[in-house]
Design a protein around this ligand. Structure first.
Ligand code: PLP
Length: 391
């Protein structure tokens, strides 16, 4: 018999992917201009011009054997050094190249990290609402995901967190700016999370999953976990900040101030090896060495957010105001997310039911789309609101 866990995972797509595939089908049936696809976090803003120029320069001027060849398993040394230098310059850390492991995006960063840390039966805490794949990644690494509740503003419920920390807790995942709520955890929240983790008798690792770090709309800084807690690991991706989701490039940064840094980094190397996640795409590694620290023009997302907040509020929908990422997490008018998302489909609005994010009663709207699509979608939102007698 095959591994039934994997067979089941292969047969049932995530709700995000399911809707994304539905959107493709629907576009073929009724025309792309008639489908308002807010399902997936695929950036609409192009990568910076410098990315294109750098790629062309790399292709034209690098020895092909080097350009397309294997790098070290953990990534090219110069690339890792540039990532570490960039983090040090921004966050006053003392990282070096050997704290960095280049990966195929945040998904690979997370699954490698969890496989490095977990033994069978370990628990990993995640704050609701959370990226649904956390459950899959934890399960595959032999652990169990333990959800912690949030308050009405989607900030962590720290009493629930204190209650859920146990002898079995091995790691805590923080995702801020958050997918799907868009909220950012402030310094005070991070300090409180750290204080509670420090009370645990056993070592507990904090994993910061932060593909949206640069996507913030207020002046409030997104705290960098290594400045607050030593046993910390950052899982990063250039998918969103440089609009390169299909190129699969990101990194793991292990805090070299952790007492067991050498063990953690060795675990990351070992898990990367065991999972076959060695030598992230080499062309894009070299691009990152030259473009680390740049971002796409992210201002379009703020404009999208403001336009949607204004119109959806006018139509009677409610949601927490997001300070980052590019998602709105909208409350279902009748409390049922699945029926809300199904009804939205009748208006060709593709919204993801939030149940998989550990938070029933909400749908996720991904607004990294063209402003034009938002304008065209507004009458559909209005119709949807009317169908619930919100206006
Ligand atoms: N973590 C979060 C919170 C995400 O939203 C995503 C993607 O949307 C990922 C991880 C995976 O990112 P990547 O595309 O870099 O694998």
């Amino acid at each position: 018999m095959l591994n039934q866990t994997n067979v089941r995972l292969g047969k049932v797509r995530s709700s995000i992917r399911e809707l994304f595939e539905y959107g493709k089908k629907r576009r073929a049936e009724i025309g792309a201009e008639n489908v308002f696809d807010f399902s997936i976090g695929n950036p609409s803003v192009p990568a910076p011009d410098d990315v294109k120029k750098t790629l062309i320069g790399l292709i034209e001027n690098t020895d092909p054997a080097e350009l397309h060849g294997y790098t070290s398993a953990q990534g090219d040394y110069a690339v890792r050094k540039s990532v570490a230098d960039n983090l040090n310059a921004r966050f006053s850390t003392g990282l070096d190249a050997d704290c960095i492991y280049m990966t195929c995006g945040a998904s690979a960063s997370l699954t490698i990290t969890l496989n490095a840390l977990l033994n069978g039966g370990d628990e990993v805490i995640a704050f609701v609402p959370f990226f649904p794949e956390y459950k899959v990644f934890c399960g595959h690494a032999g652990g169990t995901l333990v959800p912690v509740a949030c308050d009405g503003e989607f900030q962590p419920d720290l009493d629930d967190f204190a209650a859920k920390l146990s002898k079995k807790t091995k790691a805590v995942i923080i995702n801020s700016p958050n997918n799907p709520s868009g909220v950012v955890y402030g310094e005070d929240t991070i300090k409180k999370i750290v204080a509670l983790v420090e009370k645990c008798a056993q070592p507990v690792y904090i994993i910061s999953d932060e593909p949206y770090r640069e996507l913030t709309f207020s002046d409030a800084a997104v705290p960098f976990i290594m400045n607050y807690y030593k046993r910390s690991i950052v899982c990063y991706s250039y998918s969103k900040s440089l609009s390169l989701p299909g190129e699969r490039i990101g990194y793991i940064a292990v805090n070299n101030e952790a007492e067991d840094f050498g063990e953690i980094y060795a675990g990351v190397l070992g898990a990367g090896r065991a999972l076959g996640f060695v030598c992230a795409p080499s062309l894009f590694q070299r691009l990152i060495a030259r473009c680390a620290g740049q971002t796409s023009d992210l201002s379009a997302y703020k404009a999208n957010r403001d336009r949607l907040i204004s119109k959806l509020t006018e139509y009677g929908f409610t949601f927490a105001k997001p300070d980052g990422a590019f998602y709105l997490f909208i409350k279902s008018p009748d409390g049922d997310a699945v029926s809300f998302a199904e009804r939205a489909k009748k208006y060709e609005l593709l919204l993801v039911a939030g149940d998989d994010f550990g938070c029933g009663g909400f749908v996720r709207l991904s607004y990294c789309v063209s402003p034009d699509m938002i304008e065209r979608a507004l009458p559909a939102f209005e119709g949807l609101a009317k169908s619930y007698n919100l206006i």
